[in-house]
Design a protein around this ligand. Sequence first.
Ligand SMILES: [Zn+2]
Length: 114
Amino acid sequence: MATRKCPMCMVVLAAGPVAARPDELICVNCGQTLEVAGLSQQAACWLGLVAAAASVRYSIHGGAANPLGWAIPVVVGVMVFGIVSALALMATADLRVRVAVIEIPIAHSPAGHH
Ligand SMILES: [Zn+2]
């Protein structure tokens, strides 16, 4: 598994665009349209969820005296999910060639009355 490497020309892409737009990547060298492979996306997502659950678990008593203290674990969980999943994607993203999806127009049947 090559981290953030174009499968066509083997150039390593920058980490920022890979984390920001994993479905719409364009290789800076050969111009090939790329995307992050499904397993890499799922691994990053699950890692972010585990980190978020752990952070909620450990921040749940942080704002007990504050009337809005219930919101602190929620905010911390969302922030930790976003940070950890993006970092995991930057560190482990496996790129593949994006297959262009061609939309075929559905044939319009004439409205006939029988
Ligand atoms: Zn390339």
